[in-house]
Design a protein around this ligand. Structure first.
Ligand SMILES: Cc1cc2nc3c(=O)[nH]c(=O)nc-3n(C[C@H](O)[C@H](O)[C@H](O)COP(=O)(O)OP(=O)(O)OC[C@H]3O[C@@H](n4cnc5c(N)ncnc54)[C@H](O)[C@@H]3O)c2cc1C
Ligand code: SF4
Length: 396
């Protein structure tokens, strides 16, 4: 970490004026006799090198270092709803197992809740070496403070090198809070994970609007945190026999106290969730009017598919945001997805490219969607889709 230090005793109204002129990013202000450097500073150091001598100093701090040999294992946080394990947990365990092969380290699961031991045993069928169980009535419901305290206790006790958390609502609120407590890095919404032999986790995710794939490492801190969305990785097959063990953890009662209390849980009616759909018909701007969606809906109903779309159709108000596939929408991993009039932008493809079978219709033979499609139809969807529908009707 580096920063600029203003030596206020060397600042006068005159040299403050000079400093403001020197800064090419207008980051320096002088008000009521006080010089300040704002968020616009790009650390170009012109004020240090060209400004009045000693008025502003560039201070370089030693980067923190960590003894990586003290941090071992890849931990997966177990997300669950009253014991029902969220499938993203198994997907992360599968990935953790792959990553652990590089370093020969164990895979741990952190399971926090109440009356969850039977569920914890199920994880031993998926390749977890050790499940750490925090089982207490006070942990029955997710409350951020006690859960963060338990997570912190677990890290202090076991010193895991990497921690994988589902990018669910719960994971997205818990993981950053715990990462901040350890002043360590967290990469959200990773789409690819890799492991270096020195135990640095390579966290890869789209950045700058999906135009680059950023590779992020946390070389000077441990643990290393990342979140991964549901359906990015595949769950490993269930093994015939369990292996590994369950370790019950104890924590001081006062760590489980919270000023918040869950009085009741009122479940919302289950919404459509395209993330869970096996068959999807996805539509894009190639559909010319909202009325023409009827064509895609007829195809979807014949296939028993859910309808999804690209972002422009959400922006046009044709669909609710829950139907959007992509970087800023949902990730899907359908058995069959048919895309109609979709160009295949990186932002869209990031949300569906892991589907088992991708069939695409686009009139432009150079559309990037054909780079991810398994089967492509080059032509007008207004001719091809009615032909699909007719053929399906004839066969049924
Ligand atoms: C930060 C950021 C995040 C984003 N996140 C997302 C996201 O999550 N999801 C998302 O979808 N987009 C997202 N976008 C927008 C994305 O960049 C694209 O603009 C969008 O995906 C394009 O949607 P489209 O394919 O429907 O439209 P277009 O790119 O306009 O493509 C329409 C396609 O239809 C074809 N076509 C036209 N008429 C016919 C016809 N009659 N028959 C057959 N084919 C036809 C055309 O050849 C064309 O390829 C994001 C953008 C940014 C900057
Ligand atoms: S380092 Fe550069 S950008 Fe920052 S205040 Fe100085 S001149 Fe401005």
């Amino acid at each position: 970490m580096s920063y600029l230090k203003i030596n206020h005793d060397k600042i006068t109204a005159e040299n403050a004026e000079d400093l403001m002129k020197i800064c090419p990013f207008s980051a320096i202000t002088y008000e009521n006799g006080r010089l300040e450097i704002g968020a616009g500073c790009k650390m170009c150091k012109m004020c240090v090198n060209k400004g009045p001598k000693g008025a502003i100093e560039f201070i370089k701090e030693e980067a923190p270092s960590v003894d990586k040999s003290l941090w071992k294992g890849i931990t997966v946080f177990v997300e669950h709803d009253e014991g029902r394990i969220h499938p993203v947990t198994l997907e992360l365990i599968g990935k953790a197992r792959e990553l652990a092969k590089v370093t020969g380290q164990p895979v741990y699961a952190l399971f926090i809740g109440f009356n969850i031991e039977d569920q914890a045993k199920k994880l031993l069928f998926y390749g977890v070496d050790e499940v750490f169980l925090y089982d207490s009535p006070a942990l029955k419901h997710f409350l951020i403070l006690p859960y963060a305290n338990v997570f912190t206790h677990f890290i202090n006790q076991t010193k895991p090198s990497s921690i994988l958390v589902g990018a669910t609502h719960l994971g997205r609120s818990l993981a950053p809070r715990v990462a901040a407590r350890f002043r360590t890095g967290l990469t959200a919404d990773c789409t690819v994970l890799d492991m270096k032999e020195n135990t640095d986790l390579v966290q890869i995710r789209p950045a700058f609007g999906g135009n680059i794939m950023a590779q992020i490492v946390t070389p000077r801190n441990r643990p290393q945190f990342c979140t991964v969305r549901y359906k990015i990785f595949s769950a490993p097959p269930k093994q015939e026999t369990p292996r590994g063990r369950i370790t019950r953890m104890e924590i001081e009662e006062k760590q489980l106290k919270d000023t918040m209390q869950v009085l009741d849980i009122i479940r919302k009616p289950k919404d459509i969730d395209i993330s869970d759909a096996d068959i999807i018909v996805a539509v894009g701007r190639g559909i010319k009017s909202q009325a023409d969606l009827a064509l895609a809906e007829e195809l979807a109903s014949l296939l028993g598919a859910q309808i999804a779309c690209t972002r422009p159709l959400i922006e046009a108000g044709w669909f609710d945001a829950k139907h959007q596939i992509g970087l800023s929408g949902r990730t899907v991993k359908a058995k069959l997805i048919i895309t109609l009039g979709i160009s295949g932008s990186v932002q869209f493809a990031a949300g569906m490219r892991n589907s088992d079978c991708i069939v695409s219709v686009n009139k432009d033979k150079n559309a990037p969607i054909f780079d991810v499609a398994h089967y492509g139809f080059v032509g007008d969807l207004y001719e091809i889709v009615p032909a699909f529908i007719q053929q399906m009707k004839e066969e049924n």
